[in-house]
Design a binder for this molecule. Structure first.
Ligand code: PLP
Length: 392
């Protein structure tokens, strides 16, 4: 049985491991910035690119390589470069396919910092951005009727859990000449593999479910060898958004339990969404696994289960919402997600404060909207806590 034929859970535990000459069972942490060469000739060969000898940890590191290779196996990609954060993964994945005069089309349902990159940063370098509603194919079609060099979206999106039709958007994007970059942080490769739907590049905030316990920041970009090695790698090597070996070690071990954790996150989220939908203090529940989610069928086509995040509106706007959040006894108020601890955030005053009221309204975020990242506590304790806080 070759490693290629391993089933996903076996890949998650075993892919990418390279043992040192100490034959350790667990992946080793190579906390080193540099490497020694047995001879001057070997150093010369390494700098010429004629040897696989490691050179410098900004370029590559054995622990980081184990993380990259394990993620390659899970996403079904040809190549991967790990980065210091999810945002550096997104930013550098775009730099690798854009230059002055180019155009990017993106879903407006994007992680907050992506709005800064597309609206403020890239235009300074002569790159134009255009936003569409990620769930509206007619808007994608119109925006991609003129040439574009990059397309960026996430599905499900943060925080409103909109779903993008990946195959349809990839087809339109490729006709327009664009490289499609998909942020797969919410779904993880356990639930959804965007490359199978035609995406060119997958990016991750490994900070979220891949770590899974809120310890480290990290990111990754995956794609074809020609994109990763020829286009992305020189930028990463020479500008330095590299992943620390320590963080890579936390993350490679995180991948071993990702499947188990995501399965439980999803099972708990289903029950939390169900309980919230019956609560009289709540006016709306968004969860792609529910039949009343407007894109439930599309989500079911693209994902094997529906993730650990649920979004809901508390009746009575900001005051009622804050009063409920302040009464929570187990669930933390925190803007992170994908942690074993359940966390709630109020997007209008935190993660999506800077984009302004008008843009929030377009996304469907109102003053009563709450996002919960459902953790791994006993789900009945999570539900009891939410219900007491909501005054039941
Ligand atoms: C958190 C997050 C990011 C940013 O990742 P960092 O690791 O915090 O830089 C990007 N996209 C999504 C969907 C996220 O949840």
């Amino acid at each position: 049985m070759t490693t290629k034929n391993w089933r996903p859970q076996t890949k998650a535990v075993r892919s990418g491991q390279t043992r040192s000459n100490f034959d350790e069972t667990s992946e080793a942490l190579f906390l080193t910035s540099g490497y020694v060469y047995p001879t001057a000739e070997e150093a010369e060969k390494t700098f010429k690119g004629e040897s696989t000898h490691f050179q410098y940890s900004r370029f590559g590191n054995p622990t980081v390589a184990m993380f990259e290779n394990r993620l390659i196996a899970l996403e079904g990609a040809e190549a991967c470069r790990a980065t210091s954060t999810g945002m550096s993964a997104i930013f550098f994945s775009l730099l690798a396919c854009l230059k002055a005069g180019d155009r990017i089309v993106a879903a407006r349902q994007l992680f907050g910092s992506c709005h800064y990159i597309i609206n403020e940063l890239l235009p300074k370098y002569g790159i134009k951005g255009e936003f569409v509603d990620g769930s509206d194919l007619a808007q994608w079609e119109k925006a991609l009727s003129t040439p574009a060099q990059a397309v960026l979206f996430e599905s499900p999106s943060n925080p409103m859990l909109d779903i993008v039709d990946m195959k349809a958007v990839c087809d339109l994007a490729h006709k327009a000449g664009a490289t499609v970059v998909v942020d797969n942080a919410f779904a993880t490769p356990i639930l959804q593999r965007p490359l199978e739907f035609g995406a060119d590049v997958v990016v991750h905030s490994a900070t979220k479910y891949i770590d899974g316990q809120g310890r480290t920041l990290g990111g990754a970009v995956l794609g074809s060898k020609s994109y990763i090695i020829d286009k992305l790698q020189p930028i990463i090597r020479n500008t330095g958004p590299s992943l620390s070996p320590f963080n890579a070690w936390v993350l490679v071990k995180g991948l071993e339990t990702l499947g188990l954790r995501v399965e439980r996150h999803c099972a708990n989220a289903v029950k939390v969404a169900d309980a919230l939908s019956k609560n009289p203090a709540i006016s709306r529940v968004l969860y792609p696994g529910r039949k009343d989610h407007p894109q439930h069928e599309l989500a079911a086509k693209q994902m094997s289960a529906f993730g650990g995040v649920v979004t809901f509106d508390v009746k009575g706007g900001k005051a009622a919402c804050f009063a409920a959040l302040n009464k929570l006894g187990i669930v933390d108020i925190a803007n992170n997600l994908g942690d074993s601890k359940s966390m709630v955030t109020h997007p209008a005053t935190t993660t999506h404060m800077r984009i302004g009221a008008e843009e929030r309204a377009k996304l469907g975020i109102n003053d009563g909207t709450v996002r919960i990242s459902v953790g791994l506590e006993d789900v009945q304790d999570i539900i009891d806590d939410l219900e007491q806080a909501l005054g039941q």
